[in-house]
Design a protein around this ligand. Structure first.
Ligand code: XLS
Ligand code: NI
Ligand code: NI
Length: 441
């Protein structure tokens, strides 16, 4: 159901429907067919697509070389609460027209931060009350909430990792407000992205204390939320750098170690972002695999980087070959644990039509859908799974099975090695695996 406030912001655009790949309608899905069942679930259930409030409604395209270029017709009012309502109207009009079920926000995406924490809290609460009405009327849900602990200059030296306790406490107040908002709206998860939780120079940094403080901070947030009935997951969103020179949540492996070291493993999982993976010199699928293997594949921030540029360009996904590889990991892991696919992506600075926001999300959803269809076909119809298990067949019986079952010691292993002599040369067949993937596109 399309829900339009007093004012329609995206005029001339109706509900986006699936029309299939033969359709030439740019405002239709070619591959994302929400009700189509793939590997036992509808695409809608697999993905739980979400709109990111910050990019879609707040990001007018400013960059270090120039101001914003996009004249958004919402949040033009000078009263911050009126502006917040306009933004919420635009948000729900967009999400419902896209046929998505979810959105995500930072506290101060919803409404501008005020001069004091108390005033900010009031503003967030009032905006949350309005959002609640819109959610009830539309059925749209909150995938996750988070606090912006990186934009305000007070956080220039970090938030939970700040060397000044007063800043840590301020961040604590903000997280409490954001958690309250998330819980009030029935948010399914809560995210920590460590914007400036890292360092610019190791020379002035006590790394151990900073990391332990982040751990303490997260345990407090968890305990508070659990005490107040929050049943969802907490996610850490790894990123290696930007804005900090080095961020503590560098990549999946680093973040998983942190989660375990800090005793957070029962409550925390990961939110993997494509462009953050590539900034860490990994592929997206690598990051998903590491998270899945630890039982911590929670959620996805969908976007893409640029192969020629080394920063977080947050472009909409459009490479279905890469997405197909990622969807193989996704399907084999049994999907996401509690999370969904949030489009943490923005239209380019020179894409200034409101329609462009729709085109971008349509392309992103289609890229994931197409990737899923390819991955499912590879799993169902091709010899891929077979080839993969054959590659490891030596561990399923005999001494290999004893090894896997921890029944061998080094002496026995060495004896087997001596007896067997030089092992056979066995091809890794990489090109065959690659060809199979291509064949199902
Ligand atoms: C920035 C992050 C951010 C988080 C939410 O690079 O992706 O947008 O997803 O704080
Ligand atoms: Ni990002
Ligand atoms: Ni993100």
């Amino acid at each position: 159901m399309v829900l339009i406030g007093d004012k329609e912001y995206f005029k001339g655009i109706g509900e986006i429907k699936y029309e299939g790949r033969e359709s030439d309608n740019p405002l239709a899905f070619k591959f994302y067919n929400p009700e189509q069942v793939v590997a036992g679930k509808t695409m809608r259930e697999h993905f739980k697509f979400a709109m990111a409030y910050w990019h879609t409604l707040c990001g007018t395209g400013g960059d270090p070389f120039g101001p914003g270029t996009k004249a958004f017709p919402w949040s033009t009012a000078t009263d911050p609460l009126v502006a917040a309502k306009e933004k919420a109207d635009a948000a729900f009009e967009f999400v419902t027209k896209m046929g998505f079920d979810y959105y995500c926000f930072h506290d101060f995406d919803l409404v501008d931060e005020a001069g004091t924490l108390a005033e900010s809290e009031k503003r967030v609460q009032q905006t949350v009350a309005y959002l609640k009405e819109k959610m009830n009327a539309s059925g749209v849900k909150l995938l996750w909430g988070t606090a912006n602990l990186f934009s305000n200059p007070r956080y220039m030296n970090g938030a939970a990792s700040n060397p000044n306790f007063d800043v840590v406490a301020h961040a604590g107040a903000q997280v409490k407000i954001a958690l309250d908002a998330t819980m009030e709206l029935g948010g399914e998860n809560y995210v920590f992205w460590g914007g400036r939780e890292g360092y610019m120079s190791l020379l002035n940094t006590n790394m151990k204390l900073e990391q332990d403080n982040i751990g303490r901070f997260m345990r407090m947030a968890r305990d508070y939320a659990r005490k107040n009935g929050f049943k969802g997951s907490f996610f850490i969103e790894p990123k290696p750098m930007e804005p900090s020179k080095h961020q503590y949540d560098f990549d999946s492996a680093t973040s998983i170690n942190f989660i375990r070291e800090q005793g957070l493993e029962n409550d925390f999982k990961l939110n993997i972002e494509v462009n953050h993976a590539t900034l860490a010199q990994h592929t997206f699928q690598h990051e998903l695999q590491v998270a899945a293997d630890a039982g911590m594949l929670g959620s996805i921030d969908a976007n893409r980087g640029d192969y020629q540029n080394g920063w977080d360009t947050d472009q909409f996904p459009n490479n279905f070959l890469e997405t197909a590889e990622a969807m193989l990991v996704f399907l084999k892991a049994g999907g996401l644990q509690g999370g969904g696919v949030n489009f943490d992506a923005k239209t380019r600075r020179n894409s200034t039509d409101l329609e462009d926001i729709f085109l971008a999300h349509i392309g992103g959803a289609d890229t994931f859908a197409r990737g899923l269809l390819i991955a499912d076909a590879v799993m169902q119809k091709s010899p891929y799974e077979d080839l993969l298990s054959k590659r490891y067949a030596s561990f399923t019986s005999g001494k290999g099975a004893d090894f896997v079952n921890n029944k061998l010691d080094l002496e026995t292993l060495a004896k087997i090695g001596m007896e067997k002599g030089e092992p056979q040369t066995i091809s890794g067949k990489q090109e065959l695996f690659e060809n199979i993937l291509n064949q199902y596109i």
